[in-house]
Design a protein. Structure first.
Length: 307
């Protein structure tokens, strides 16, 4: 099996942190070329520090981290109390970073890495898509060089989580999501349709914590502080798909994002039936179902393997 070479574009965030750790734990399936950060779950200074903290936790100083965009392209910054805690990682007192980011901006790093590796780099945005969209605008020559974008965002056939209409990542920067969706790059969408089915349970966390070393225990500590009740494991679904795509099922659709209507800003509009998308072929594989027991078995095994 040839590993998928990926850039994780993220806004850590507890579930982002677990997604990064899952990627590190699957070297036979995933090769992380870079981590890029963006505003989202917390402000950019914290998302960047958190990416470094997770990298340090896993002992992966070999993976470069690039700081990206501190604000959406056009939409105003709308921040509410975060389900990720004040620091973005559940306030579990994970040590401050001992390593630093690269000096290059995340947008420029994405462009450079894709140009240097044509047809080889899968982009995995699991936060607002601002960095991705600006890379496509600044360097449209990279569009045919990107084999696929596998992303977490949107809510194709279900309500939102940041408003009745919109999922968080799309609501933070709907213009960026729309640019990405309409660029002509093959897309696989992990929206709330599927990620809301990936519910973490307390018994699962207890079992992983008991079998883990420091890394797995830190991951569980973050998850215990995350969300309310049994929270959804959104972002790791993207990485799990790269490890084992048979965990998931979906449908092909034409997907766009509402960017202007105040009440529906960030809403995903997904058309499956040809009559609902005249003149458009599907631009996206929308993942709608998962095998939850197998997903959580995979995640447990991989987190435990990190020690």
């Amino acid at each position: 099996m040839t590993p998928s070479r990926i850039i994780i574009d993220c806004d850590p965030g507890v579930d982002d942190a677990v997604a990064i750790l899952l990627a590190f734990a699957a070297p036979e399936a995933v090769k992380v070329e870079a981590i890029t950060t963006v505003i989202g779950n917390v402000m950019l200074d914290k998302t960047t520090a958190n990416a470094l903290r997770v990298r340090d936790l896993a002992g992966r100083a070999d993976i470069p981290v690039y700081a990206g965009c501190p604000r959406p392209i056009m939409a105003p910054i709308e921040r509410k109390n975060s389900v990720h805690g004040g620091d973005g990682l559940g306030d579990i007192d994970l040590p401050a970073p001992v390593t630093a980011t690269e000096s290059e901006h995340a947008v420029d790093a994405i462009i450079r890495i894709v140009r240097d590796n044509p047809g080889q780099i899968t982009l995995c945005p699991v936060g607002p898509m601002t960095n991705i969209a600006l890379a496509l605008i600044k360097a449209p020559d990279i569009i045919p060089l990107i084999p696929e974008i596998v992303f977490m965002g949107g809510a194709a056939f279900c309500p939102g989580n940041s408003s009745p209409a919109a999922e968080f990542n799309f609501m933070i920067d709907p213009h960026a999501a729309q640019i990405m969706l309409t660029a002509g790059i093959p897309l696989t969408m992990f929206g709330l349709d599927v990620t809301a089915q990936a519910l973490i349970t307390r018994p699962w966390m207890d079992a992983v914590e008991a079998a883990s070393g420091a890394v797995g225990q830190a991951a569980v500590a973050m998850l215990r502080a995350y969300g309310h009740g049994d929270p959804c494991l959104h972002d790791p679904c993207v990485i799990a798909h790269l490890i084992d795509p048979t965990l998931f099922e979906g449908v092909d659709a034409w997907v766009e994002v509402e960017t202007t209507a105040p009440l529906a800003r960030g809403q995903s509009v997904a058309a499956v039936a040809p009559r609902h998308r005249p003149g458009h072929e599907p631009n996206c594989r929308v993942i709608t179902g998962l095998d939850a027991p197998r997903l959580f078995t995979l995640l447990a095994e991989r987190l435990i393997s990190l020690g």
